[in-house]
Write a protein that binds this ligand. Structure first.
Ligand code: ADP
Ligand code: MG
Length: 250
């Protein structure tokens, strides 16, 4: 199987996992939205991703960018409310960053374009108690982990999920100033934002698939570590009386 086919398969697997997760969390998301909204976020997200999964499964030979664009088109057309156009528009626009395939660099570009589009469309900054509060730390952490800390994609994604989770928690004690929850004013305080929560579920599902396809970061590090010899090195070390070489730079 070529690299393109694996990426295509991984993208379809991620869409499937996201759709399953959102189906599992339908009640949970609806409960959150009933406290500060109109109790439809769970069914919106479940319906949208189920439709996206059905459509993308029929797209023979589509590459990751085309599949992700279809998620966006489907969410925009199937899901009303705030979240449909916000998530949908962002998947559509950001999918262009994946044209050359799935790499650490292209996924960083995707994440940044995604966040930018959400902010553009919804004009919410961090602190308005929206999905932006979960997405922003996740995207910034992912970018920093890849570009500055040179971490492998899965490890970077794990850090992004942790940051996202902290972003979700941050939405609870603050007052909503955007979206339907803002109609409640101070009464929105003390409730976790549904859209920030669905962002976390989506990211967690993507991470699960990334681990399945790439292995987790620790395994990768062990495989390339100079302190863990592969079979040949072990044989060589056993066949000589010399002390095993020590890597000065290690
Ligand atoms: P609606 O509020 O129209 O019923 P949903 O319930 O599906 O739509 O989605 C609600 C979520 O959408 C909120 O929890 C919030 O995270 C997100 N949201 C609402 N308005 C905005 C906005 N202007 N910018 C970013 N996210 C927003
Ligand atoms: Mg709602």
């Amino acid at each position: 199987m070529g690299a393109t086919e694996i990426e295509r398969e991984a993208t379809l697997a991620a869409i499937e996992r996201v759709s399953e997760r959102l189906a599992d969390e339908k009640e949970h998301l609806t409960d959150l939205d009933s406290a500060i909204g109109d109790a439809d976020h769970g069914s919106n997200m479940n319906r949208g991703f189920r439709a996206a999964r059905e459509k993308t499964e029929e797209m023979d030979d589509a590459n990751p960018a085309e599949l992700v664009k279809t998620i966006g088109v489907t969410l925009v057309s199937e899901v009303g409310g705030a979240a449909g156009p916000l998530y949908g528009g962002s998947f559509m626009t950001a999918s262009a960053e994946l044209e050359d395939g799935l790499t650490a660099e292209s996924t960083v570009a995707f994440a940044e374009a995604f966040l930018e589009k959400v902010k553009d469309r919804g004009s919410a900054e961090v602190g308005a108690k929206t999905m932006v509060d979960a997405l922003t730390p996740a995207v910034h952490t992912y970018k920093k982990s890849v570009e500055q800390d040179d971490l492998p994609p899965v490890e970077s994604l794990t850090k992004a999920v942790d940051a996202c989770e902290r972003g979700v928690k941050f939405t609870t004690p603050i007052r909503a100033t955007k979206g339907r929850a803002s109609y409640l004013g101070w009464r929105s305080v003390g409730h976790q934002d549904p859209g920030a929560t669905s962002t976390l579920f989506i990211l967690e599902a993507i991470r699960e698939i990334a681990v399945e396809y790439l292995g987790d970061g620790d395994l990768d590090a062990d495989a390339t570590s100079p302190t863990v010899p592969d079979g040949e090195d072990v044989d060589e070390a056993m066949s000589t009386d010399e002390e095993p070489a020590v890597d000065e730079e290690a």
